[in-house]
Every structure is written in C-alpha cells, then in structure tokens.
Write a protein that binds this ligand. Structure first.
Ligand code: PLP
Length: 398
C-alpha cells in the first residue's frame, strides 16, 4: 500500500521540486499529523500558515458538515445570496474595520492578488505596479510579475509590463512612487523573505506617499492574516490602514478560499464598464465560506489572539543554542536563522525523523520556518522546541 502510494505520487502527481518530503498522511488533528505507519508529527508550519486554528477544528468541521447538508455550489460568484458568504463578508468587514465594507471572494492567495491588481488598475486608471524586493505574492502570471526575486521569474518572461521593485523598509526608495503608479503591494511581515517585519515608520511614510500620489496601498496579509501574528491582521499592530487587504491561507481553516477587501467606493468599479470586471466560478463557495466563518469566529476570541504572543515569546526563550544566529518575525510567523541552507536541511530532516515538521523559506533558505497552528498549547510548544534543540545537537558538525 505504502509503496504504491509513493510510486503513484511520483508517477502521476505533478512534482514541484525534485525533493518532496513525501510524508504519507493518514490523518490530522489539532497540531498533529499522523502518517500511514502511525507515526505522529507535531506540525510546526501549519501547511504553510494555513491551519491557524489547527487541523480539523471541531467548529470548522461541524460548519462544513452543516453546510453540505444544505447546499454546496449553486451558482458562480456574485449572483445568488448565500448565507455563509454574506455572513462571512460581514464578519471580515467587522474584523477589518473602517473603511472596509466590501469583500470580493476568490479561491486562493494568488487569485486575491490578481483581483487586487486589476482593481487598482481599474480604480486609478494607471498601469504601473510596485512591489518589494524579496516579496512573494503567488505563482500566477500577475503575481509572478511582482515577485521580488528574479531567479523565479526569468524562465517565464515576458511577464506584466510596468512593474518595478522597491527595497523593503528603505525610505529612499519611496521616492520612486510616482503619479503613474496604480498600486504598491506590501506584506507587513514579509513571509518568504524569512519573516522580516516592516518598520512602523516606513509603513507610515509609505502610506503617506501613496495617499499623496493617489496610489492604492495593498497589504498582502495572505500569510500574516487570520491571527498568525497575534491580531486578526498584522497591519492592525502598526495602525497604518491600507486601501486593499488580501487574505487566504488560514482563512478557510483547511479549505480553499481567499478574498480582497476594500471600501465600497473602490470595489464598485469592478462591476461596470465593463461589467463582470473580475469573475470566478468557485470564489466564496458556500462550504468554504461556512468553514471560514467558523475560523473568523474562533480567531475573534481575545484569549486565542493573546496566546500567540505568549507562545512566540516562549519559543524565543526556549530556542537558545549557539548555532542559532537569530530568531526573527512576529507572533507565530518566525524564522530561525542558521549558518547555511545545508545546515537547515540537515536540521529539518532530523526534525522529521524526531516527529516535528518544519520547513525553510523561498527567499531565506538559511532559515527554519516556525509557524505552528496558533492554537498550539504551551506543552506542545515545549515539545516542539525540545525536538528542534535535539535536532541541532544531533546535526552539529563542530
Ligand atoms: C504573502 C503571500 N501572498 C500570496 C501567496 C499566494 O497564495 P496561494 O499559494 O494561495 O496562491 C502566498 C503563498 O504562500 C503568500 O505567502
């Protein structure tokens, strides 16, 4: 059974890299994933910042069950009134506060990015787009065009024209934002760069330049949203309000859903001249929306959000080792920097062996990703950190 599973995976499931970890999943619950041999792994990465409320959260599972008893897909997005979608839109707007009154539902992070870029072009009547060095916004053509790493883009050129990059946290580069720019898109904490936090003053200056030049400021909260950094959205800790917010990943509690949110004034331009300016078949699917509504209710609980900072502090306290160069990040989106990618890979492999799932970052391959479900208990946090320390000891070369 296991042999055929692995060989079928390699033969028929398209591969994204030559070295997938190939954990053969049997089940997942809370912070643990169990493989088909019965080995339990503590999940320290949440399926890349997705399982924020843990695997198979009971409220999410029962919302899905209840919705499947009623209806699943009934019509493409934007036509019929579907209760879970309407309630989710209201919940997201109340999580975001002013001026966010309108939510466009999509299926994934990259699709939220695509929708938001189109929205910015349409609203401003401008074509130029600015993103940051080391930014990751997804893998579709538009999202790839604004990716902050040339290495991943070269093979797919030509991409979108009129895109350029500024340096994250660099004040001088804000001068490059002109009146020809439709949008600047920024992650308040850069995920794939290895959990790099924006400086509050830089975001403030960026906000002020964008307002001054009539440029829409888009915050990509696809990885940082839904409680990951200790608030519903990371920008809420900076007090800098963007024009458009993107979300996905943790939003669906394990089901695929994403969204971009804006004021009604901004968002309404997608519905006319031409009408159907952005459309999607499955965006805001009723079952995914029901799951996301359950997640939104969970992460609105102050005790859960408060625990994020406590766990983050505990991880920083426990992970003390001469080989750890730095731990950076916000809340439960952390990067543990080691001397090299080779060391990261050996520690990661050892962690797998010892029953802990970790990963590296696309643009920071000398860092171990630490992004457990935000529901992780103190005991589970201690267990995970003990494994990391053991893996560091057992892979030490000096
Ligand atoms: C910040 C950010 N934006 C966008 C995306 C793309 O999301 P998806 O993989 O759902 O298309 C990701 C995915 O990792 C992300 O981290």
């Amino acid at each position: 059974m296991n042999i055929s599973g692995r060989s079928l995976f390699l033969r028929h499931v398209a591969q994204t890299s030559p070295f997938p970890p190939m954990l053969e999943v049997a089940s997942a619950e809370g912070c643990y994933i169990t493989d088909i041999y019965g080995k339990k792994y503590l999940d320290f990465i949440s399926g890349i910042s997705v399982s924020n409320v843990g695997h198979r959260h009971p409220a999410v599972v029962s919302a899905i069950r209840e919705q499947t008893e009623k209806y699943m897909h009934v019509m493409v997005y934007g036509e019929f009134i579907q209760a879970p979608q309407v309630q989710l839109a209201e919940a997201v707007c109340s999580m975001l506060g002013n001026p966010f009154e309108s939510v466009y539902f999509v299926n994934s992070g990259a699709e939220a990015v695509e929708g938001a870029l189109k929205l910015a072009k349409r609203f401003t009547g401008r074509a130029e787009l600015i993103s940051c060095e080391n930014a990751y916004h997804g893998s579709t053509h538009g999202a790839l065009s604004i990716m902050g790493s040339e290495a991943f883009k070269t093979a797919y050129r030509p991409l979108l024209p009129g895109t350029s990059r500024i340096r994250f946290n660099n004040f001088d580069d804000l001068n490059l934002i002109s009146e020809h720019v439709a949008a600047v898109i920024v992650e308040p904490v850069q995920g794939e760069a290895g959990a790099v936090e924006a400086k509050a003053e830089w975001l403030e200056s960026l906000r002020s330049v964008c307002s001054h030049k009539g440029v829409l400021l888009i915050f990509d909260e696809i990885q940082t949203g839904f409680g990951r950094t200790g608030t519903a959205f990371a920008w809420q800790q900076y007090g800098v309000v963007p024009d458009v917010v993107l979300m996905a990943k943790g939003m669906g509690g394990g089901l695929p859903i994403g969204a971009f949110a804006a004021s009604r004034d901004v968002m309404q331009c997608l519905s006319h001249d031409p009408l159907l300016g952005h459309i999607t078949t499955f965006g805001g699917n009723a079952v995914c929306a029901a799951a996301a509504l359950a997640v939104a209710r969970e992460i609105s609980k102050p005790e859960l959000l408060n625990s994020v900072e406590q766990r983050s502090k505990l991880i920083r306290e426990l992970l003390k080792h001469p080989d750890i160069i730095e731990i950076r990040g916000k809340g439960l989106l952390l990067a543990m920097k080691l001397e090299s990618n080779q060391r990261v890979l050996s520690v990661m492999n050892k962690c797998y062996e010892l029953g802990l799932i970790t990963d590296w970052f696309l643009f920071a391959d000398d860092c171990i990703r630490i992004a457990p479900p935000i529901i992780i208990s103190e005991e589970e946090t201690r267990e995970a950190c003990a494994i990391v320390l053991k893996a560091l000891e057992q892979t030490a070369t000096k």
